[in-house]
Design a protein around this ligand. Sequence first.
Ligand SMILES: Cc1cc2nc3c(=O)[nH]c(=O)nc-3n(C[C@H](O)[C@H](O)[C@H](O)COP(=O)(O)OP(=O)(O)OC[C@H]3O[C@@H](n4cnc5c(N)ncnc54)[C@H](O)[C@@H]3O)c2cc1C
Length: 229
Amino acid sequence: LTKIDVLDKGYVRLVDTYGDELSIVNAARVSYDQKSESLEDRDRGLLKFLVKHEHTSPMRHVFLSVEFNAPLLVARQHWRHIVGASTIEAGTPFSELSRRYVRDEPEFYIPEVWRSAPENSKQGSGAGIKSEYSSHLREQLQRHVLSSIEKYESAMELGVAPEQARLFLPAYAMYTRYLWTPSLHAALNFVALRSAQDSQVEIREYSLAVERLIEEKFPTVYEEFIRGM
Ligand SMILES: Cc1cc2nc3c(=O)[nH]c(=O)nc-3n(C[C@H](O)[C@H](O)[C@H](O)COP(=O)(O)OP(=O)(O)OC[C@H]3O[C@@H](n4cnc5c(N)ncnc54)[C@H](O)[C@@H]3O)c2cc1C
């Protein structure tokens, strides 16, 4: 299924979907004890009506399972979106790769462009700084990462457990992989908040990629959702 590259080494990948636009229509038609066998124009009209008037419950009968490969600075913002995911009963809608068990080389987010501090703190960040400063900072971060990895590995050579040796790794920049399984309603809530202009640039890139997945699988819903934004 669809995989979209994000940032320098990240991606989102659609792993699975549960239900489609017809499922949403039929969840809505239950109240009239009716069912559509295939998605016709009148069903598309109903989908648009549901989105436009925020009749959200039919959108909670379908799910997407999306694999994220994202730096922790993105993940920790994403993990605040806890409502409406299929595993919420277990306390968390996310399943994450564990560095206690997986020993592959960690990867780190090294931005090309470094953004200036904003004039208004609510904006988060401003335009890119001078390109020579960006190159310098990029090189500094690369060096910092390499020296951290050396310390991480030498701790393990001393017999330290990976779960503790990782204290040497620069966590904000480190990529982590996890599975997110929200209802379509929850996914649209994520997109509404994180594709917005006041969202941090990095998570915004992921949110825009999630939009592409939603558009591919739920085109009518997506079209109406975007119209209402
Ligand atoms: C630009 C931006 C800046 C942010 N800055 C900060 C920050 O500085 N510090 C910080 O801690 N967080 C921050 N957040 C996180 C934000 O407060 C939310 O926790 C996060 O966006 C998840 O959104 P959500 O609550 O809508 O998602 P979900 O947790 O998935 O909730 C979905 C919806 O369910 C409803 N809901 C959720 N919980 C309850 C409840 N207990 N009772 C009733 N209804 C509920 C709400 O309608 C909510 O929109 C920021 C978010 C954004 C987008």
